[in-house]
Ligand binder design. Structure first.
Ligand code: SF4
Length: 205
């Protein structure tokens, strides 16, 4: 079993009701041995159309955040809690999240074996922390999930709704958070090669 086979298997999944409204399954993508994995909530309209995660406006903001931190998108792995778009972009229901994570996300994590996982937003953070959480309380803190370092951050869609860069704003905190992720990666022994570049001085996103 490898990631490509897993991706192929997921394309026909009908294990939860989200299969009914999707255009296509949006599996994770990125470096198959990435040191850093981002886990969002679920595909939106653009992702559902293109069949790729984080390619809409929120994904473009995530790209800018990564670029500002000197972390090339091609060095990370990006996926979601649920692989099919919830109708009207609603939050995935607990049984949908459970059906999808147990079939696909857990296996993706096992195969990629990242050193750091960044859940984006409360739904993803809840999966790794095992309880209902407020993202404003848990973001910017380190947790452990089966021996993997977990560091929740705000979902970029939330940052789009809160564009201020003032000190203490979600965007400002996210800039601090991504730099902390970068520092943690640099302090860990590399899996292979050097996946990250130096952190830039100014938040460019
Ligand atoms: Fe299967 Fe996940 Fe899609 Fe539900 S959301 S149908 S579990 S791939």
């Amino acid at each position: 079993m490898n990631l490509e086979l897993l991706r192929a298997q997921a394309q026909t999944c009908t294990a939860c009701r989200l299969a009914e409204g999707r255009t296509q399954v949006v599996f994770g993508e990125g470096r198959p041995d990435a040191r850093l994995m981002f886990v969002g909530e679920g595909p939106g309209e653009e992702e559902d159309k293109q069949g790729r995660p984080f390619v809409g406006k929120a994904g473009q903001l995530l790209d800018r955040i990564l670029e500002a931190a000197g972390i090339p998108r091609e060095t990370v792995y990006i996926t979601n809690i649920v692989k099919c778009r919830p109708p009207g972009n609603r939050t995935p229901l607990p049984d949908e999240a459970k059906a999808c994570t147990s079939r696909w996300l857990v296996k993706e994590i096992e195969m990629v074996s990242p050193q750091v996982i960044v859940p984006l937003g409360a739904v993803a953070a809840e999966f790794f922390l095992g309880e209902k959480v407020s993202i404003t309380k848990v973001r910017g803190n380190w947790y452990d999930w089966h021996g993997i370092k977990v560091f929740p951050m705000f979902h970029p869609a939330y940052l789009l709704r809160n564009p201020s860069r003032a000190p203490g704003s979600p965007k400002h905190l996210t800039w601090l958070d991504i730099q902390e992720v970068k520092r943690a990666l640099e302090a860990l022994p590399p899996k292979e090669g050097k996946a990250v570049r130096p952190v830039s001085q100014d938040p460019l996103f």
